[in-house]
Ligand binder design. Sequence first.
Ligand SMILES: [Zn+2]
Ligand SMILES: [Zn+2]
Length: 246
Amino acid sequence: MKLTVLGYYGGYPDHGIGTSSYLLQSEGFNLLIDCGSGALLSLEEVLDPLKLDAVILSHYHYDHTADVGVLQYYWQLHPEGHKQAILPIYGHAEDQPQLDALNWAGATEAHAYSVNEVLNLGPFKIKLMRTQHPVPAFAMRIEEIQTGKVLAFTADTNYFDNLVEFSKNAELLLTDTNFFNDKTGQRWHLTAGESGYLAHQANVKQLLLTHLPQVGDLDTLVAQAKETAGSEINVAHVKLRQEIVI
Ligand SMILES: [Zn+2]
Ligand SMILES: [Zn+2]
């Protein structure tokens, strides 16, 4: 499978780079994970948006959903050329108005996922786990069925132990690393050190830091994650439209 980073900031876009959004492709299936601010512009550079097979949203904070509306208009205003008639958008059902907003006549249809069920989406098997965040948010463990390879994505969360089992032995772990280690006070995101520690405990092969801060030196962020990840794990921060083959 191949992951393409469409946006990686937390909170708001900055200097032409958008917020959380990733394209995951396997066997011709195109899954959009989160659809933050700037996602559609970035997606247009790498894939005709009408060729999407599905969208899945980790939660309904705007830095993960801001471009859902314009994606819906895009599908509505291009009645020809859809890979399928209606684009399914998967989200949780704990905020009914937000879930309902994923429906758009002639364009998209809302589907609820649940932590109690494995979601089968094309070539992927997706497990979800509730994270610790001010609103309901869900980490994803995405397995490519044919190869058994796993991409784990923490979504937005502070650190808690269940993240380790959930991410276990993933080929690639994407972590919400919005903070440097010196962050004090309430944290609803991981620090770089916590991301590295999680990667080490979960025995993943590769750690990519995302949901990045707009201010601060990203080399320092990576160095802080490497300290706790250990030397066996490849640690980097994501880059715009970076392609990662898993
Ligand atoms: Zn966020
Ligand atoms: Zn959030």
